[in-house]
Design a protein around this ligand. Structure first.
Ligand code: TYM
Length: 318
């Protein structure tokens, strides 16, 4: 890896098909930033274990996400593409962070509070989720973490945890910064709420044409104004606001035509990505090899950092 470049790390959970919120909020930045950063792109499989407890489904999710990463343009020659579980240092460091973190501190996390408000059964792993994420980031001396707005608090928790560790054991960890693009920080779903798998309001990134047509037609429109806000907000991802201004003016009140135009634009955007994805999916052995190699490269860096951590906390004797 080149000297002097900033280190970037980010990850996605292999918990189903990625959607255009994942793409515009995070993956697009991953692809663009590969050129001038030392990048680590992770498949957060141990995070996903909190929700996917079916070996076949998790295995499929991991391979699928690796294919998705490659299809959008992550390049194993430029970046390290790996899965979290291949680098056992992540869970080891998470344990050390657990030991220095209090329950009230973690109880302030939005993800935990949301789950609690919905009366969900919360696993210890879900409660500790931010500690594993802090380990993911801090093991690599990461400078930049490109994410959507929903991950902002997790990166703040990571910084607080790094500071706390440094205070107790001496300077060890770099303080990373989240990189959140304001225009796509929260991509809305077809019902106007944040696009999220758990709301069932997504447009999958590799959707087939027919699926795109159905989804766009089901976008909830507010009939009070000439401009259907939810249609416009999604359209903005695919066309400049200048283009859209004249289009939406000339088609004021014509929701069906505007939706047809949006369908056309989404299809044109997704088609080449979907084709590339299909070609990559034909050779899953090659995909496994890319992950395996990425795991080896990630482990090299993480294990050196972990040696330093073991020494700092006092468990290293030889
Ligand atoms: P995950 O898998 O939920 O989402 C992956 C990425 O997509 C972004 N995103 C969005 N951005 C804009 N608008 C939306 N509607 C939208 N929905 C999702 C997320 O912000 C995220 O960037 N905890 C992480 C995975 C993770 C991670 C890490 C990330 C594990 N370890 C270390 C960075 C660094 C998560 O669950 O993302």
């Amino acid at each position: 890896m080149a000297q002097g470049k900033k280190i970037l790390l980010s990850g996605i959970q292999p918990s189903g098909r990625p959607h255009i919120g994942n793409y515009f909020g995070a993956m697009k930045q991953f692809v663009e930033m590969q050129r001038d950063h030392d990048c680590f792109f992770m498949i957060a499989d141990y995070h996903a274990l909190n929700t996917i407890q079916d070996a076949g489904a998790l295995q499929k999710g991991i391979i699928d996400l690796a294919i998705d990463y490659l299809a959008v343009g992550l390049d194993p020659k430029k970046s390290v593409i790996f899965k979290q579980s291949d680098v056992s240092e992540h869970t080891e460091l998470a344990w050390i962070f657990d030991a220095i973190t209090t329950m009230p501190f973690l109880a302030r996390a939005h993800a935990f509070k949301d789950a609690e408000a919905k009366n969900k059964e919360i696993s210890v792993g879900l409660f500790n989720y931010p500690m594993l994420m802090a380990a993911d980031i801090l093991l690599y001396d990461t400078d930049i973490v490109p994410v959507g707005a929903d991950q902002k608090q997790h990166v703040e928790i990571t910084r607080d945890t790094a500071e706390k560790f440094n205070r107790i054991f001496g300077k060890t960890f770099n303080l990373p910064e989240a990189k959140i693009l304001p225009t796509v920080a929260v991509v809305p779903g077809i019902d106007g709420r944040k696009m999220s798998k758990s709301y069932g309001n997504t447009v999958p990134l590799f959707a087939e044409d027919e699926e795109i047509e159905k989804l766009v037609m089901s976008i909830v429109t507010d009939s009070s104004g000439g401009i259907p806000k939810n249609v416009y907000e999604i359209h903005k991802l695919f066309r400049s606001e200048d283009d859209l201004a004249s289009l939406y003016q000339s088609k004021e009140g014509k929701y069906k035509e505007l939706k047809e135009k949006l369908t056309h634009d989404i299809k044109a955007f997704i088609r080449p990505l979907r084709e590339r994805r299909k070609a990559i999916a034909n050779d899953t052995d090659a995909v496994r090899n890319i992950l395996k190699d990425g795991g080896t490269r990630a482990k090299e860096k993480a294990s050196a950092k972990m040696e330093e951590v073991r020494e700092k906390v006092g468990v290293k004797l030889y």
